[in-house]
Ligand binder design. Structure first.
Ligand SMILES: Cc1cc2nc3c(=O)[nH]c(=O)nc-3n(C[C@H](O)[C@H](O)[C@H](O)COP(=O)(O)O)c2cc1C
Length: 173
């Protein structure tokens, strides 16, 4: 089943308090490991997940600029926190608070990435939904070529308005 063929539904699965969804990728974002909860929430088998691009669980409601921020940050060797709406194989969604960080070899080279996700606060999701929607609308209006720049501008304007960095905003929610 290709992700593009999955129809998103209104069904939402909730992470349980104490759940940790863990996955690892190589430097290109190909999945190299998923813990049992990752496999459970995704709805795919381990064999389907390993070697697939991590965007296999990308939800169409997520703005592209959010992932650009994640990739820019981890590729520069830093960790990042982000709220992400994911899509399972059956089209249902699940929100996570993700921590994504690079894995280094002994020489300090990035050899892959690890993400650990936990149950997000409902109030944080409610606060973020309109922000992501505004970013997504701007991306759609801008067209594919300028989408990321348009989505990033919406986020940057919001942060300027609040006088916060992205990390401060995420951790304050
Ligand atoms: C360790 C790691 C974990 C990731 N976890 C997710 C995730 O849970 N959901 C998601 O949509 N993208 C995740 N991504 C980002 C995807 O690689 C991808 O950039 C994103 O789904 C957007 O897809 P696109 O780049 O094809 O537009 C992760 C990336 C890395 C490196």
């Amino acid at each position: 089943m290709k992700r593009q063929d999955i129809v998103p539904t209104q069904n939402e699965r909730l992470m349980r308090e104490g759940d940790f969804i863990v996955s690892k990728t190589d430097t290109k974002g190909l999945i190299t490991y998923g813990n049992p909860i990752f496999i459970e929430f995704s709805g795919y088998t381990e064999a389907e997940l390993i070697g697939s691009q991590h965007n296999i669980i990308r939800h169409p409601d997520m703005p592209r600029a959010a992932f650009k921020l994640v990739w820019d940050t981890i590729q520069s060797g830093k960790e990042v926190f982000a709220y992400v709406k994911n899509m399972a194989r059956d089209g249902s969604c699940y929100w996570v608070l993700a921590h994504v960080a690079p894995d280094f070899d002994p020489d300090g080279r990035i050899v892959g990435y690890t993400s650990v996700r936990r149950c997000p606060r409902r109030s944080a999701i409610e606060a973020l939904i309109p922000v992501y929607q505004r970013m997504l609308d701007a991306e759609k209006a801008a067209g594919a070529r300028d989408a990321i720049a348009a989505g990033s501008r919406v986020l940057a304007d919001l942060l300027t308005e609040k006088g916060m960095t992205y990390e401060e905003l995420v951790l304050a929610l």
